[in-house]
Design a binder for this molecule. Structure first.
Ligand code: NOJ
Length: 720
């Protein structure tokens, strides 16, 4: 129920003013210099100064001084003195940058993700930002899509836990509180399923698959209290998602009870015309508003056509008021009517951004996000060995351009070299072929070939670190790729370095799983270094020296080759799974295994863990499953114990494995612990063929283990 203030405002605002409130424009329109690239075509929006005075919100305006000045000017001009709402893309940190969300997914540690969001909220709120366009809850299966970097990964359960943690981190108990900002769940819905991994491409998802895989993370974010939802660019069931009433009216509002505000993605309302769904701007506005999109971001059809649509009876005043009410309620919930600047404070901004406490948090989350993929007794390096000669090669060895998409170039970045020098003061470092890799976005596909010189320089080294990968600008939005191999000269570098006969440690800097299979025989150890943020270099040095024992597990499967995509662990079975059918007529590739190169949940540690005594018993509450986990090494380590289920027969087919829980435990050398999971009937519910969310009694396989491909299994029968 809206407050009296809002109801009074609604009575006194003109229709033009309301349509302005329902529009979001970049700071440029308010006379402020752009502080960031706009992510869509800067269309000529045909707006007058009178229109701009009524606009309700802005995006990506950074800095307390700028935002305070803009707010003052705007409120003086806005007919009712309504404050602007400052929104921005604060995706994985503000000035202190945390790992990309896909990497944070690999931490399997929601509290780490919450911490990252909390720090980002503190810094960005001091800079005058009141709402972030995060977290992105889109489930991903296709690493060709550049935006895999922004998703927690391929699993609905893990994504849901990470999404709710991020919402909690940004908003706390109350987004109005100092140092908090409101969260926006995006992109509703199914944006991660872009065909062929090409950004903005068509999506075609069945109703069952949508509910089974794609919706749970958005839903968890809503249940965690996120104040806003953003539409997605794709179509859903042949209708542009933002105009799709089934998504916004039926599922979001009616089924999930969302009472917050909906915003379009950048000019997405306008794109309904390009999709061939709306014939013109008026129809685009009509359909978007009617479906429940309260704010049009960076196109101006609401302002241009809203009035005539109401006059023609194509939209009702109730529909307009409904949207304006949502927006004003959000402003009220953020306390903007009392304090339109919220936490904007230039002094505090300066003190908080990149402060030691935030950097320490970033380092901790970064090391938890690294995944050790291979280790033939090379790692950890002996940090204390006097005169250990370490070779550092490859485009990411000394580079500071390792923050990842949505983070700009940032300041204060710790490079790999800097991190290693800090952690290995007694070692000697030799570098070779460390020139930065340009971006495909700029037409650059490789580094220059200085392989021979690098080998010459590094030939006396005791160990060689090859830091390879992709340019961060080639990940994120509008950064899809068809070939996921390392560039030819980077591959050549690793092959040739290996010929020196020294142990080679390959670090892969990327925003997506790359196709690293061809490199595996040439690297004695492989570390998935992602883009880890400000403290990337120190966190990686912690891992390489064993100051931190790797605990990350893959949040997305790594393909053997691009032709195998999509490859994900929680798929349905085929009628002819490999191994079951006679002769050649099984579901398989002739030239590649069916399994991914590295499966979901996989990751090595410097410790070794043994699982035993798996039990699953049925009781009144459902199933209680337990296992003994023992650290059989001499090194203390963290293990992520994962619990999966498989429903053997259902009224619709069921995934072969579904993650239902995970627990991280620290085990001292040779310590043994029991880990148990409670699986209720509720957790085994799914959408049947009539899309009812039901539990069906029957047989279930309960699996507990180290990864989705390494589990102990017990079968149980669970009744009604
Ligand atoms: C387009 C992106 O899809 C979205 O994620 C982002 O929040 C907006 N641009 C605003 O920058």
């Amino acid at each position: 129920m809206a407050s009296q203030r809002i109801e009074e405002l609604l009575r006194s605002m003109s229709l033009e003013e309301k349509l302005g409130e329902m529009t979001q424009l970049a700071p440029f329109f308010f006379g402020v210099d752009e502080s960031m690239d706009l992510t869509g075509p800067m269309a000529e929006l045909g707006l007058s100064p009178e229109d701009i005075k009524c606009v309700g919100s802005t995006l990506n305006s950074f800095g307390a001084e700028q935002n305070i000045a803009l707010q003052k000017k705007h409120m003086a001009e806005q007919p009712h003195g309504i404050p602007l709402l400052f929104m921005a893309d604060v995706i994985h940190g503000y000035r202190t940058v945390f790992p990309i969300p896909l990497a944070m997914g690999c931490s399997f540690h929601p509290a780490a993700c919450e911490k990252a969001a909390e720090v980002a909220a503190k810094e960005s709120s001091a800079s005058g930002i009141q709402l972030t366009f995060a977290p992105m809850a889109d489930l991903v299966r296709d690493p060709r899509w550049g935006r895999v970097m922004e998703s927690p990964g391929e699993d609905p359960y893990l994504n849901a836990r990470m999404t709710e943690a991020a919402v909690k981190g940004f908003q706390g108990e109350d987004p109005k509180a100092p140092g908090r900002i409101a969260a926006c769940i995006k992109h509703f819905a199914g944006y991660g399923a872009a065909e062929g991994g090409r950004d903005y491409n068509t999506v075609d998802i069945s109703a069952g698959t949508l509910r089974e895989y794609y919706l749970p993370a958005y839903h968890a974010g809503i249940d965690a209290g996120a104040k806003m939802v953003m539409t997605s660019f794709n179509i859903m069931d042949r209708i542009p998602a933002g105009a799709n009433e089934m998504l916004f009216d039926q599922i979001l509002r009616k089924e999930w009870g969302f009472t917050g505000t909906v915003i379009s993605d950048f000019a997405a309302a306008n794109e309904t015309i390009v999709h061939g769904y709306a014939k013109d701007g008026a129809e685009a506005a009509q359909r978007y508003i009617h479906a429940g999109c309260d704010i049009e971001m960076m196109s101006s059809h609401y302002i241009h056509y809203g009035k005539e649509l109401v006059e023609q009876g194509k939209l009702t005043m109730e529909e307009i008021d409904r949207s304006v009410r949502h927006i004003l309620e959000l402003k009220e919930e953020l306390g903007l009517f009392e304090n339109p600047f919220k936490d904007a404070d230039a002094e505090r901004e300066k003190a908080l951004c990149l402060c030691p406490e935030h950097r320490e948090a970033a380092r901790q989350v970064a090391r938890e996000s690294v995944v050790l993929l291979k280790n033939e007794q090379v790692l950890p390096l002996d940090a204390n060995r006097e005169g250990l000669k370490v070779g550092l090669a490859g485009p990411f060895a000394v580079s500071k351009n390792i923050l990842g998409g949505w983070a700009g170039t940032g300041t204060g970045v710790a490079s790999l070299e800097a991190g290693l020098r800090e952690m290995m003061p007694k070692a000697e470092f030799v570098t070779g072929m460390t020139e930065e890799l340009g971006a495909m976005q700029d037409g650059i596909f490789d580094v220059e070939d200085h392989v021979a010189e690098a080998c010459e320089a590094l030939k006396e080294c005791d160990v060689i670190i090859a830091a390879v990968g992709e340019n961060p600008a080639d990940t994120g939005e509008a950064a899809s790729r068809t070939c996921l191999r390392l560039s030819p000269n980077q591959e050549k570098l690793v092959y040739e370095l290996k010929k020196l006969g020294k142990p080679v440690v390959m670090l892969v800097f990327s925003g997506r799983p790359l196709e690293i299979r061809p490199m595996l025989p040439y690297a004695d150890a492989v570390v998935q270094a992602w883009f880890l943020g400000t403290e990337a270099g120190t966190a990686l040095a912690d891992i390489l020296t064993g100051a931190y024992n790797p605990s990350g597990r893959l949040s997305i499967s790594f393909p053997q080759t691009v032709g195998q995509i999509p490859v994900y662990y929680n798929h349905y079975n085929t009628g002819r799974p490999l191994g079951s059918a006679e002769g050649r007529y099984a579901s398989r590739y002739l030239d590649c295994p069916n399994e991914p190169l590295f499966p979901f949940g996989y990751g090595l540690s410097y410790s070794e863990f043994r699982y035993s005594d798996m039990r699953a018993v049925v009781d009144d509450e459902g199933i209680l499953a337990s296992v003994q986990v023992e650290n059989i090494s001499d090194v203390v380590g963290v293990e992520t114990v994962q619990c999966y289920t498989h429903d053997l027969a259902g009224s619709v087919v069921r995934p072969l494995m579904e993650l239902k829980g995970f627990e991280q435990i620290e085990l001292a050398a040779h310590e043994k612990k029991e880990v148990s999971f409670r699986i209720t009937r509720d957790m085994l519910r799914f959408h049947n063929d009539r899309l009812e969310f039901v539990f069906e009694p029957g047989e279930f396989d309960i699996m507990i283990g180290h990864s989705s491909a390494d589990v102990l299994t017990q079968r149980v029968t669970l009744g009604e």
